[in-house]
Design a protein around this ligand. Structure first.
Ligand code: 13P
Length: 254
């Protein structure tokens, strides 16, 4: 069976001390209360990664991820962070293709395909985000948009590398808005994504790919969303900044 995952995306929040304090709370509550096989991932700003990875050693249920990586191996890219650097902190995952990066930093599918390759080369696992805007949904082209994002972003991989990925469906109109996709809307897209993966890599690969939902997921709506057959967990923004809410979401898989 595929892995159930609840991943937090802290985005650009929490200074160093605040991040360590929140993470310590998360680890403690997870160790006390998570009884299932689900994995909890915290994707923090770069400054926290090394310390969090050390704290995470006290739990088999918590892993650490970054929120971005540069596509180049190294070099004159002032201010950037490479996949090799991220790997050296002890982090295991990297969010790639978040809609905020696509929107504010002009990240294209073509660029993201390169980032995916670099991250995989350093034995990190991409959490690859896809999702349509409100205009695209209202224009009825959301399936086309998602197919293009996944085809151009990750379908160049061979099956062995593709198997390292986690996919996250995050409708842009649901991120930080308090408007969640209905469980039926999310399930419809997750099923579509899985069928596209099956068409490309076969049913076994599709059935073992974890596909997360993200966008205003909270302790109240997580059960309904995670109860859908093709939703394998969540990528959580705002609610991941509160230890109780975040772990309560993860506990839906207990
Ligand atoms: P919110 O949970 O705050 O809507 O953010 C979702 C998200 O963007 C996670 O990557």
């Amino acid at each position: 069976m595929r892995k159930k995952i609840v991943a937090g995306n802290w985005k650009m929040n929490l200074d160093y001390e605040e991040g360590l304090s929140l993470f310590s709370e998360v680890v403690n509550i997870v160790n006390d209360e998570i009884t299932g096989q689900q994995l909890v991932i915290v994707c923090s700003p770069f400054i926290h990664l090394y310390s969090l990875a050390r704290l995470a050693k006290s739990s088999t249920k918590v892993s650490i991820g970054a929120q971005n990586a540069h596509q180049a191996e190294s070099g004159a890219y002032t201010g950037e962070i490479s996949a090799k650097m991220i790997k050296s902190t002890g982090a295991e995952y990297v969010i790639l293709g978040h809609s905020e990066r696509r929107q504010y930093f002009s990240e294209t599918n073509e660029l993201l395909a390169k980032k995916v390759d670099t991250v995989l080369k350093h034995a990190l696992k991409p959490i690859f985000c896809i999702g349509e805007t409100l205009e695209e949904r209202e224009g009825g082209i959301h399936f086309d948009v998602i197919k293009k994002q996944i085809t151009e972003g990750v379908f160049h991989l061979d099956a062995e590398h593709f198997a390292q990925l986690v996919i996250a469906y995050e409708p842009v109109w649901a991120i930080g808005t308090g408007v969640t996709a209905s469980s039926a809307q999310a399930q419809e897209i997750h099923l579509f994504i899985r069928s596209e993966i099956a068409a490309k890599y076969g049913k076994d690969v599709a059935d073992s790919t974890t596909i997360l939902y993200g966008g205003s997921c909270n302790p109240k709506n997580a059960r309904e969303l995670f109860g859908q057959p093709d939703i394998d967990g969540g990528l959580i923004g705002g609610a991941s900044l509160k230890s109780r809410d975040f772990v309560d979401i993860a506990k839906e898989f207990n």
